[in-house]
Design a protein around this ligand. Structure first.
Ligand code: ZN
Length: 374
């Protein structure tokens, strides 16, 4: 397939472009709301579209166990099943398998055995199964099964994760795909510069449709994580999309875009919403706080989401405190819109060659972590 990805503008290391998929174009940088179980929690696909989402993410691990990829395929594939006709990226399940450490039983060069979080039964994922699940789901972008080491592991373990990730990538490259499905490989190596170079040098020649930066944002310190991102992104081909797995806080998103990342995903906006908090230019607002009891303002001045255009902080606080479903839904819609707007603004700034000043402005406006949960 020719020209899966086109760069439309660059500004420093930041990039704007378009990813072409079988279900439509994705303007990048792109934030991908996470629809773990074939739903972005509490949000209707039509609402997602209105909020500005152009691509959503589904989880192979969860969909494999419930309801099962065969059932989804029988009902027309993941797009038809969940009522979203736009682009979908599915992860391989590797992150779930390797991050739920206490459920892992055994890993070898063939695959990984673990206990399912659903019923505790022993299950096995192989690169071939991960590819087959995603073929049946019919996603637009399939991810390779990789080995994601937790932060702070001894170097030999990190090295082994890089080696096995490469072995598995070789096996997945030419496996059957859904029509038009793209396949991305995932680079590993944690914060280790030499291993990140090794991982990229092994995977880039395999000529995947795109490359993910895996094994970061897994609990390590932020400064070294961003430094590793700079290195990892620069090792990837300029003409292919780069996907940073698992970042979704406003500062983090701005920082990875600045380092040449094109796509990213995170449950943070919707998970934060379900804890009763809003992402705003004032920082993260915990609506349970009594200081919002009589606050007539919207969650965020200038936000055009359904929550901010109609409701006050006082009302949403009341809904959250009374555990009314609408409260968590409004916060989910707002948080997604806030992040999608932020990324759209970054894209515009890149197109105008003004990214650096936009970034400085945005970071100055956003309060630091100290102000969170205020
Ligand atoms: Zn809003």
């Amino acid at each position: 397939m020719a020209n899966v990805f086109t760069l439309t503008a660059t500004d420093g290391s930041a990039r704007a472009g378009v990813l072409r998929t079988a279900h439509g174009d994705v303007p990048t940088p792109a934030f991908m709301p996470v629809g773990t179980k074939a739903t972005v929690k509490a949000v209707d696909p039509r609402e997602l579209r209105t909020l500005g989402a152009s691509i959503v993410l589904g989880n192979s691990y969860h969909l494999h166990f419930r309801p099962g990829e065969e059932l989804v395929a029988e009902l027309g594939g993941l797009h038809a099943f969940m009522g979203w006709d736009g682009p979908i990226l599915t992860d391989s399940g590797g992150f779930q398998v390797f991050s739920l450490r206490d459920t892992m039983l055994e890993a070898d060069d063939d695959g990984v055995t673990f206990r399912s979080v659903y019923d505790g039964r022993s299950e096995r994922f192989t690169p071939e199964l991960a590819a087959r699940i995603q073929e049946l789901l019919g996603s637009d972008v399939a991810m390779c099964l990789d080995v994601c080491a937790p932060p702070g592991v001894p170097r030999p373990e990190l090295e082994e994760a890089v080696r096995r990730t490469t072995v598995w990538a070789h096996r997945q490259r030419d496996l059957p795909r859904a029509p038009g499905q793209l396949r991305f490989a995932i680079t590993q190596g944690g914060l280790d510069t030499e291993l990140r170079v090794r991982s990229s040098e092994e995977l880039v020649p395999l000529d995947f449709d795109g490359y993910a930066i895996g094994g970061l944002s897994v609990g390590e310190e932020r400064a070294p994580m961003f430094a590793a991102t700079t290195g990892a992104a620069s090792l990837l081909p300029a003409d292919k999309p780069r996907y940073f797995m698992g970042i979704g806080d406003p500062e983090g998103v701005i920082e990875v875009i600045a380092r040449g990342v094109d796509m990213f995903d995170c449950v943070l906006p919707t998970r934060t919403a379900r804890t009763g908090s809003a992402l705003t230019w004032e920082g993260r607002l915990n609506l349970r706080n009594s200081r919002f009891a009589r606050d007539p303002r919207p969650l965020d001045e200038g936000c055009a989401c359904p929550a901010c255009t109609t409701f006050t902080r006082a009302y949403i606080r009341h809904l959250v405190n009374q555990q009314e479903i609408l409260g968590l839904r409004l916060l989910s819609l707002h948080n997604l819109r806030f992040l999608l707007d932020l990324v759209a603004a970054a894209r515009l700034a890149i197109a105008h060659g003004a990214f650096e000043s936009w970034r400085a402005d945005a970071l100055a406006r956003l309060p630091g972590p100290r102000a969170e949960n205020s």
